[in-house]
Design a protein around this ligand. Structure first.
Ligand code: S6P
Ligand code: ZN
Length: 191
């Protein structure tokens, strides 16, 4: 597509969906996320019981250049694997210094973040909240609500995604349900 001409896209506030063929969907099912959850038995049970779709995200087919901004939406469905809420895989940007902005359109969740040095931060996200995720901070979106959690994102198109570091041990903190409420706990793999 020609990225040098202005264009308008219409993202639905409730579903996060954009009807344009320029927006390419990606889907992650329980089987794609098995090793990200602490409770592997619960993940295996969910996979056997129908392998639910945990989240989908849509971005544009734009050139991965430093002068281009990539944008789109992420939609995380409500649910849990064991006591952990459905969440995105999470990543550092390959160009570690590149930042990202998320704007919550719908639902209720947490943006979990950490740096390679071990600084941790997490922020509750509600409709109307915009979060600035600075460069160097890995980020994961977690749906702690009962409805889809939908966010709009923007980042430098050549930022790239480093999933490997997070895949090894996960984030330093987990978000689990205790007595019906989300609680942030220490990931035992980091103890
Ligand atoms: C990309 C941006 C989002 C995520 C999406 C899915 O930099 O942060 O588009 O890709 O939320 O998360 P993940 O961790 O599976 O890529
Ligand atoms: Zn990102």
């Amino acid at each position: 597509m020609n990225s040098d001409k202005p264009f308008v896209l219409d993202f639905d506030l409730l579903s996060g969906l954009c009807k344009s063929e320029r927006v390419k969907p990606k889907y992650r099912y329980a089987s794609d996320m098995r090793d990200q959850f602490l409770d592997k038995n619960a993940a295996d049970m969910a996979i056997k019981a129908g392998n639910p779709l945990l989240y989908e995200f849509y971005g544009l087919d734009l050139p991965e250049r430093d002068n281009v901004l990539q944008f789109g939406t992420t939609k995380i469905y409500p649910g849990k694997i064991g006591s952990e809420y459905y969440m995105t895989k999470g990543h550092f940007h390959t160009l570690l210094d590149t930042s990202e902005i998320y704007y919550c359109l719908r639902g209720h969740g947490i943006m979990m973040m950490e740096t390679p040095e071990g600084d941790v931060d997490y922020r509750e996200m509600l409709p109307g909240d915009a979060i600035y995720v600075p460069g160097r901070w890995a980020h994961r979106s977690i749906n702690t609500g009962a409805t889809p959690f939908v966010m709009f994102f923007v980042y430098r198109a050549d930022a790239g995604h480093d999933y490997g570091t997070i895949e090894e041990k996960g984030f330093r903190r987990l978000v689990v349900e205790k007595n019906g409420k989300p609680v942030v706990t220490q990931n035992p793999k980091w103890l």
